[in-house]
Design a protein around this ligand. Structure first.
Ligand SMILES: [Zn+2]
Length: 321
């Protein structure tokens, strides 16, 4: 497979395009190496595994040199391919949040949960069968835990908000963070002279805005030189992006609350207002695409963010009863 897309950053980190869901530059697998050892952060789906293996080979890395497969959280665009990847990397350890570990060892509940959101056809097309990871190859990391990679130290931070099984990884020497979905998503297609456009992801089923705000503040307080987002790649200028994320979260919550009592019309109204909000924010950012093209590019994000906001509204309502 020669048409693998990789981006090498000055920090030494490489973003490998996993071609998740057959889409370019949607989800990255980040490769970090030090001396003879390497780590992968997030691995896409089963269908991403050959792409990532080909990238490793192009980098001159033997499969046995990969010491860690790190999954920031167990959503399937990050961890769906973890079982198959572990089968291909004989000496790797899977590094996972305490709340995600059992879903990697027995992925059946994860599969059913995702099928409920995406439907059976999408599951087959974009994910395939989820492969269990043998328990003895799974390493759980709690807040503040560290693991060595070559001469480096990797530190793991519990960062709920997007998902309650989510950690972020700090490379202490390089002063960079791997944020999974905690620091939102930022597609390179929307870069302008203002820099990256960034937006929150409120996917089902654990979205918690208060925790999300706190986790963003925690990453920002580390004052990292760069953050690596699974969707997609390196961003810098973190304080401005954190401000934009906080504002985006507030807008999402306000839109959800506005339509909380809309009954059956709720999903359509939330999605409509989210779309309008995204278009307005992109216009402010200097993106001059036709509205139709923006709607198409963000259709999946709007759908997932809407579903996550509805689950959050229902949880809020239930907790008031
Ligand atoms: Zn996620």
């Amino acid at each position: 497979m020669s048409d693998v897309t990789m981006i090498d950053y000055a920090s030494g980190v490489t973003a490998i395009d996993t071609r998740f869901a057959g889409t370019r530059m949607l989800a990255a697998c980040h490769l970090l190496r030090d001396g003879n050892e390497a780590a992968l952060v997030d691995v896409g789906s089963n269908f991403s595994v050959p792409v990532i293996l080909s990238a490793l080979a192009q980098k001159g890395l033997a499969r046995s040199q990969v010491r860690y497969v790190c999954v920031t959280h167990v959503h399937l665009d990050h961890a769906g391919g973890a079982g198959e990847m572990m089968r291909q990397l004989p000496d790797a350890t899977l590094v996972v949040h305490p709340r995600g570990a059992r879903h990697m060892i027995d992925p059946s509940a994860l599969y059913e949960g995702a099928r409920a959101v995406y439907g059976a056809e999408t599951m087959a097309r974009h994910y395939g069968e989820l492969i269990p990871v043998p328990e003895e190859r799974v390493h759980v990391v709690r807040d503040g835990d560290r693991l060595p990679l070559g001469q480096r130290m990797l530190q793991f931070l519990d960062t709920p908000g997007h998902a309650n099984h989510h950690y972020c990884m700090l490379d202490e020497a390089a002063d960079v963070v791997f944020s999974g979905d905690t620091f939102g998503v930022s597609y390179r297609d929307f870069d302008t002279e203002r820099g990256p456009f960034i937006m929150p992801t409120t996917s089902p089923v654990h979205f918690d805005p208060d925790a999300a705000h706190r986790s963003i503040d925690r990453l920002c307080a580390l004052d990292p030189a760069a953050i690596y987002l699974t969707h997609f790649g390196e961003v810098t200028g973190i304080p401005r992006l954190a401000d934009d994320l906080h504002a985006g979260l507030e807008a999402h919550v306000e839109i959800a609350r506005r339509h909380a009592d809309a009954g059956d019309a709720r999903p359509q109204r939330i999605a409509g207002d989210l779309q309008d909000w995204f278009i307005g924010a992109l216009r402010m950012h200097g993106v001059d695409w036709p509205e139709r093209a923006i709607r198409k590019a963000l259709a999946l994000d709007v759908q997932l963010n809407t579903q996550g906001l509805m689950v959050w509204l229902d949880r809020q309502a239930a907790s008031r009863q």
